[in-house]
Design a protein around this ligand. Structure first.
Ligand code: FMN
Length: 360
């Protein structure tokens, strides 16, 4: 691990050495990737939405066995057992709680009471202001070029908008910029905008430490800048993924035709996660309340975790989808987490010095 070259409010807040976050990616951000990032001096975040409660606890214990550095856990704020999962983080002394959707103020308060840094992901300036007013310690902003569920506004416009909105509301919480980052130039640019670090998903998926099968990583490496697509046909929400034959087929097929496979996958999800029907129904009801989705969309939503699993874990692209950022088009190697973090931070420090030399 290289020495600290860039110190920001985010490194001070979380105790990590470098302002680089490996984001929580379902089926991808497991103990090896998270501890690899932590040992490289970045903030690794475990993805827990695709884990049962017991699997999450096991994963946290495994990370703690592999590193003594701080790390985080990504939670679904609308999950039926969100509070229990927060208590698990408290019991295990996890440093950062990241959220895919805004957590309620009582959940934020509970975590903060125990010294856990709360960092929701947001896709719009008003949401950043809202969670800051509820006590969030930091926010992660994901621009439209990012992988997974994503919005229409690119990072270059969303990031300054969020920073301005927060400052306008009197908040100076650290902002992590995500969506489209892969090297030190991006980190230097994000810091110049006023962010306190960057989050990278696709770039960390494509490291030697990620558990995604090698054949699937090769599929990603072959893709160009225009080879991803945003589709709402998988679960009713805009989702950026690699353009594959299956995705093209989904785009063309109507909702009704897809309900058959959806029911099958809901059954698989129930079996794989050990969730009771009651828990599934409760999760569905919460999602529906939080995101205003229709019942048909809710049924389709059950598809997503299993379709991502088929692609990212089983390597079956005929039945599975592969979430990916546009950045996949400029990635052509598989470094270790340590190699990646070292080169991103070293180059960013060089670029910041070079740019600063232009000021007269
Ligand atoms: C394969 C994959 C799975 C993802 N799963 C999640 C998830 O479970 N929860 C979440 O909050 N974000 C998820 N995301 C979004 C990432 O955490 C991150 O915000 C995004 O990848 C950043 O954009 P980038 O890919 O351009 O770096 C996922 C992204 C990818 C590529």
């Amino acid at each position: 691990m290289i020495e600290q070259l860039i110190r920001t409010p985010f490194t001070d807040l979380t105790g990590v050495r470098h302002p680089v976050v490996q984001t929580g990616m379902g089926w991808v951000s497991g103990p090896r990737l998270v501890s690899g990032t932590a040992n490289a001096g970045g903030l690794g975040i475990l993805a827990s939405a695709t884990m049962t409660f017991a699997e999450l606890e096991q994963a946290i214990v495994e990370v703690k066995g592999r590193t003594d550095q701080p790390f985080g856990v990504n939670l679904r704020a609308d999950a039926g057992d969100a509070k229990d999962r927060c208590r698990l983080l408290i019991d295990h002394g996890v440093k950062v709680a990241s959220f895919a959707l805004a957590p309620k103020p009582d959940l934020i308060a509970l975590l903060k009471e125990h010294g856990i840094v709360v960092m929701p992901s947001i896709g719009a300036a008003k949401h950043a202001v809202k969670v800051a007013s509820w006590g969030a310690d930091a926010v992660m902003v994901q621009g439209g070029e990012g992988g997974g569920h994503t919005g229409p506004v690119p990072t270059t416009l969303l990031l300054p908008t969020v920073l301005d909105a927060l400052h306008g509301a009197g908040s100076d919480i650290p902002v992590i910029a995500a969506g489209g980052f892969f090297d030190g130039r991006g980190l230097a640019a994000a810091l110049s905008y006023g962010a306190a670090g960057v989050g990278m998903g696709t770039r960390f998926l494509l490291t030697r430490d990620s558990a995604v099968p090698d054949a699937v990583k090769q599929l990603y490496l072959e893709r160009g800048l225009t080879d991803t697509v945003v589709t709402a046909k998988v679960d009713g929400m805009p989702h950026r993924m690699l353009r594959t034959d299956l995705v093209a087929e989904l785009e063309e097929t109507g909702t009704l035709k897809r309900l058959g496979p959806t029911v099958r996958r809901t059954l698989e999800l129930k079996r794989d996660t050990g969730m009771s029907w009651l828990a599934l129904a409760r999760d569905g009801r919460e999602m529906r309340k939080a995101q205003g989705r229709t019942l048909g969309q809710m049924a389709l939503a059950a598809n997503t975790p299993m379709m991502l699993k088929a692609g990212l874990v089983d390597g079956d692209t005929t039945a599975g989808v592969l979430a990916s950022g546009q950045v996949v088009g400029v990635i052509d190697d598989l470094p270790t987490c340590e190699e990646l973090v070292d080169r991103v931070v070293t180059r960013a420090a060089d670029e910041l010095r070079r740019a600063a030399s232009y000021a007269v």
